[in-house]
Design a protein around this ligand. Structure first.
Ligand SMILES: [Zn+2]
Length: 333
């Protein structure tokens, strides 16, 4: 195995990029296996509550949330890694739960409605384990995941980013993401529904969201967008870092700056909306969601971007692709 890895690394360093297309079957299999060695616990990941301090959904009092909640309405849950089923059971807090053991980690899936595996069973990454639900202490259906490393509680988000990074690396190595670049039209078709959703929720023009997203991420091609779903160049605040949330380091205005990593484009868009809802951007809040011009000026004036052509660049995108139509559409529906 070691030898194989060495040949892959050598191939990456010395061979021109096109040569990857003629990758050796062994190497291809290695990366395919690598890709399949991990899995997200659900088909798609939307975090509804993160790890750390939060108001308890039942009592409203401050309480440490020892895991993360993922949106899941009675959906199939998958093993994240090759693992052994350590425990299957029920308790009034977790409801029906499964605990997996993978290396030095134990991972628990809680509030399940159905369990399809037995204790001591060996499962592989991506194997179906059961169905999410709302058993135990839950206000509604979702999947609560918690994890321990050597018995000590940890933020499971790190496991989710590990899954993502492993799969991205494999996709990269296999050359599958060469056509990942969406045309502007496809990009807008992909993200416009969510942008309109954000407009209805917060009053921020969908056109502003989409133009910032396209401009900041180079239509989704930036490293920050591809590897961290950060489409807005959002820097990681000290609070973000203290909470143990994931970030990556890139050179922007200054060298070695820390940027937030998100689990999906939607999460990135939600974070961006909340940022614009903060006190700092209060000047914008007086403008209608159909007034993208004033919104953009207000955003720039509050110091969102340092680029002096920022407003003009975003406006160009809005006009060229007639993004204002989404603003009208969202205000009517
Ligand atoms: Zn939870």
């Amino acid at each position: 195995m070691k030898k194989r890895l060495k040949s892959i690394i050598l191939c990456h360093i010395f061979l021109p990029f096109q040569a990857l297309a003629q990758m050796h079957t062994d190497d291809m299999n290695y990366w395919i296996e690598k890709y399949q060695s991990v899995s997200y616990p659900l088909k798609s990941i939307h975090i509804s509550s993160s790890y750390g301090k939060r108001a308890d959904p039942f009592t409203g009092k401050g309480r440490f949330h020892q895991g993360i909640d993922l949106e899941a309405k009675y959906e199939v849950v998958f093993a994240m890694f090759d693992a052994e089923i350590k425990r299957v059971g029920y308790d009034p807090m977790s409801g029906n739960f499964i605990t997996l053991k993978a290396g030095n980690y134990t991972i628990s899936y809680c509030h399940l409605s159905e369990i399809w595996v037995k204790e001591d069973e060996l499962v592989y990454a991506g194997q179906e384990l059961g169905r999410s639900g709302s058993t135990g202490r839950a206000t509604g259906p979702h999947l609560h995941i918690s994890c321990r490393l050597h018995g000590k509680i940890e933020n499971p988000y790190h496991l989710l980013t590990f899954v993502r990074d492993t799969q991205l690396k494999a996709v990269d190595a296999l050359g599958l993401n060469k056509d990942v670049k969406l045309s502007p039209e496809d990009f807008l078709r992909t993200y416009a529904p969510q942008a309109m959703h954000q407009q209805r929720k917060y009053g921020i023009p969908a056109s502003v969201i989409l133009s910032q997203m396209a401009f900041e991420s180079g239509w989704g091609t930036s490293k920050l967008a591809r590897s961290g779903h950060n489409f807005f160049g959002i820097k990681a605040s000290s609070r973000w870092i203290e909470k143990g949330l994931p970030y990556s380091i890139h050179d922007d205005d200054r060298e070695n700056e820390k940027f937030c990593n998100f689990s999906s484009p939607e999460e990135s868009m939600e974070y961006h909306s909340r940022l614009l809802m903060s006190e700092r951007y209060r000047r914008c809040h007086q403008y209608a969601p159909t007034d993208h011009k004033n919104w953009l000026r207000g955003i720039k004036a509050a110091g969102y971007a340092t680029n002096i052509h920022y407003v003009r660049s975003c406006e160009k995108i809005i006009n060229r692709y007639k993004l204002y139509k989404y603003d009208y559409l969202a205000s009517k529906t």
